[in-house]
Design a protein. Sequence first.
Length: 405
Amino acid sequence: MHPKKKALALIATLASFLTLASEYNSTLAQPSEAFISVPLYRQVKNYYCGPADVEMVFDFYGPDVPQWEIADVARTAPDPDGTYTFDMVRAAHFSNLSTSVGREIPDRNITGYTARKFGYVAFEQGGMTIDDLRSLVAGGYPIVVLMGWHYRVVVGYNTTHIITNDSLGPKFNNMTYLTFDANWVHWGLFVSPWNVKISVNGNFSQGENFTVTANITYPCPPPFPSDQYPATMVNVTITVPDGLSLAPGETSKKTLGTSNLAPRESATVEWPVQADRAGRYNITVEAEGKIEGFAPPIPWLDYPEYYYEDRIGGSNQSTVIIPSEKVGDLGGGVPPQFFAFDGKVDGTDLALFIQCYKGLAPPEAMYLGDLGGPVNYVPTFFAYDGKVDGYDLALFMQCYKGLGP
């Protein structure tokens, strides 16, 4: 190499290194390393790296969607085309409100993915930095990136390397920051369902009412743009099993706030629920809203442009335990409650334990006194074996006399 060209190349490499070093120094507040356990899928065709990476992220959030369905939605084509970045976004949004237009499923197209009815949040962003990737991964988000003409999923990092899942290579492919940055086109894709958080408030038992609150968030972490794909006609649906029922006059499906939800916004909705019978129950909440998108034309593949409307959202589940009655001194104030301790052991607690020991208390109460283990084993609090016996009573008496841990 000519000495002048060699010097210029050296300067360029040094500049790149200094840029990365600067970015690294700006991330000192972040964890020094982070890792997300994202399942690895091999691409089933040699031009399926895009669909394979979307499948990895889909399965991370669940449920899994086969690559050929994703490829048909994303208008994936044989090399040298593969899958274009805008169609990766479209494939993430896809729901049963729209129909695929690709040619990857012989003699047919699909209306919604087989495994789920609604789509996910999706944003793409160019000009991203290593610092952006580290922040996103530290936040628990796997990010699809484009390396030259090949997609990978960034799943982790440490002080020296970026960690990716590669549909053509080994799982947890480690690349130094310099190597990664030299091959990355600084484009990234964020995919996620809506965040649905369920909380249950109130102290209650069989025959009483309690409140279920759902907080819905439309995730869009920086640097992805928050001015795209606002959701309209947003509604939230609760499903309660037999043994629980909605309070009179309540409906399972409710409009969320003003019925609109923009990226990075949150809203809450509540339902009063009646505990009809004692037991353990799973409550499910599902939220969804409509978004609109645009798929540009790919004229050399005879694909015209088109607009689409899809429903995106998310769901979650929460478990509640309904005791048959409130017993024992297990909380401050009146009435006493399960799993809410007042920090002292007295005669009221001992009375409850004796009820458990004799089988007179409800099944849920067993776990309040079951704080021990087998004979000759050092008792460990909150390590339950599922039964109340003499060992638990002996431990309880030690606590009662101030001799226990």
